[in-house]
Design a protein around this ligand. Structure first.
Ligand code: SAM
Length: 245
């Protein structure tokens, strides 16, 4: 089994995600496994923190990875969440208990997961005892919350860690604000997007020297088009209503 898992990671086999539903695309998953492989290349063991876990879909590879020794799953579990696309999104029966039930079906290692049912602004940094190397932001899809989540991750991140946004095509103003903040503080980083909607901010400046990562960065034409295509209905609407910039 151990060998089998190693093989799946090496091949960046997105079947790792097949047991629990995730709101990610196949391209997102392949990009995620590229980042996970890079993390495995640079550290023997690592900690992963995720904001917005829902059913646990995006936790699957980290739960299955023996080198990921601790996981924080932060999810406020509200009945509905606002979204930059202008309507609320409802999540029925959303609970950490249900998520853990799903996760227990794929691994017996679930004790390495700590669930925190709060938003990042409600968590004191000292509650995060082990500093995460990788943080994933996929909670409320508003610019404001994405930026707040980023600020939180910055506070608790391991030195030279990496923060990944999901749905960059939706929370792009929050991402812009995050990068402006780093520039203003003169903090060095490498930033790039990966198919379909991941946006990576790494404080390990050597990340772009990893062959798996650079290969995937060359696929970013896919995320460029993906992002613009998701915004195309707004352009059509503006043109139809003669709203010109
Ligand atoms: C898009 S889903 C996450 C999907 C998951 N990452 C996947 O693909 O498997 C968003 C999650 O964010 C959670 N959420 C909403 N508002 C939040 C907030 N302010 N802080 C933390 N989590 C929040 C919701 O409860 C929901 O489970």
């Amino acid at each position: 089994m151990k060998q089998h898992i190693e093989q799946l990671f090496q091949n960046r086999d997105i079947n790792i995600y097949s047991s629990i539903k995730s709101q990610t695309t196949e391209n997102d998953r392949y990009s995620f496994l590229t980042l996970l492989n890079w993390q495995r290349n640079i550290s023997k063991e690592y900690c992963y923190l995720e904001i917005g876990s829902h059913l646990g879909g995006t936790l699957q590879p980290f739960l299955l990875d023996p080198r990921c020794t601790y996981i924080y799953s932060i999810d406020k579990r509200p009945e509905f969440q606002p979204d930059e696309r202008g309507r609320d999104f409802y999540y029925e029966n959303n609970s950490s208990e249900r998520m853990m039930e799903f996760l227990k079906q794929i691994s017996s290692e679930t004790e390495k997961i700590k669930c925190i049912d709060k938003s990042s602004t409600e968590i004191k940094p000292k509650e995060i005892v082990i500093k995460p190397n990788l943080c994933f932001i996929d909670g409320e899809h508003t610019d404001k919350t994405a930026f707040n989540d980023f600020q939180f991750c910055l506070k608790i991140l391991e030195k030279n860690g990496t923060i990944i946004f999901h749905d960059a095509n939706i929370v792009f103003n929050g991402i812009r604000k995050a990068l402006n903040y780093l520039d203003k503080k003169d903090i060095s980083y490498k930033a790039f997007n990966l198919p379909d909607s991941l946006f990576v901010v790494s404080f390990d400046l050597s990340i772009v020297e990893d062959s798996g990562i650079t290969e995937r960065i060359f696929d970013n034409y896919k995320s460029y088009l993906f992002g613009l295509e998701t915004l195309d209905p707004y352009r059509k609407y503006a043109v139809k209503n003669k709203f010109f910039l």
